[in-house]
Design a binder for this molecule. Sequence first.
Ligand SMILES: [Zn+2]
Length: 193
Amino acid sequence: MFGVSDGLVTNVSLILGVAGAHPAGDVVRISGLAGLVAGAFSMAAGEYVSMRAQQELLERELDVERQAIRKSPEAERRELTAIYEKRGVDPTAARELAGEMMRSPELALQTHAREELGINPAQLGSPFLAAVSSFVTFAVGALLPLLPWLFTSGTRAIWASVVGGGVGARAGGVRPAGGGAEQRRLRPPAEGA
Ligand SMILES: [Zn+2]
């Protein structure tokens, strides 16, 4: 939804700005379309780059974890036991549970990734899909204030853009300052390996 309001807010200002200076429908239509395409591509590229960077970081952390499990399984088992104990598991049960989880390297890695890094190694996300989704949501938002200009122009279209933009912004929720969407995806850094 954040992408939708991004596109909406960006293109409403662009369209109204252009419409104020050049009321001809064609000029507004072309500007609005250019704003939609440029904005959607830029959002998609930004999303792709940030997802890719985050994925590489997680893959590096997974690698560190994988090596630690192979080289010092005993320390990793103790670490897991401590995590379970800290969560309130009884010490004996925590030791058994950790021993069980360390039995196969794959399960051990999954468990350490989940408990220490807070991630599922099988679901690191797809930068490409995230980029496509950013493109589409921005484009949908940017299309809303542009729609009236496909059917009419002049003052009527300007009002329709304003009203459509307001309704859309209310429905989509206006993006909070500071870009909460990006921050929510990031995990806290891992403590140790
Ligand atoms: Zn570990």
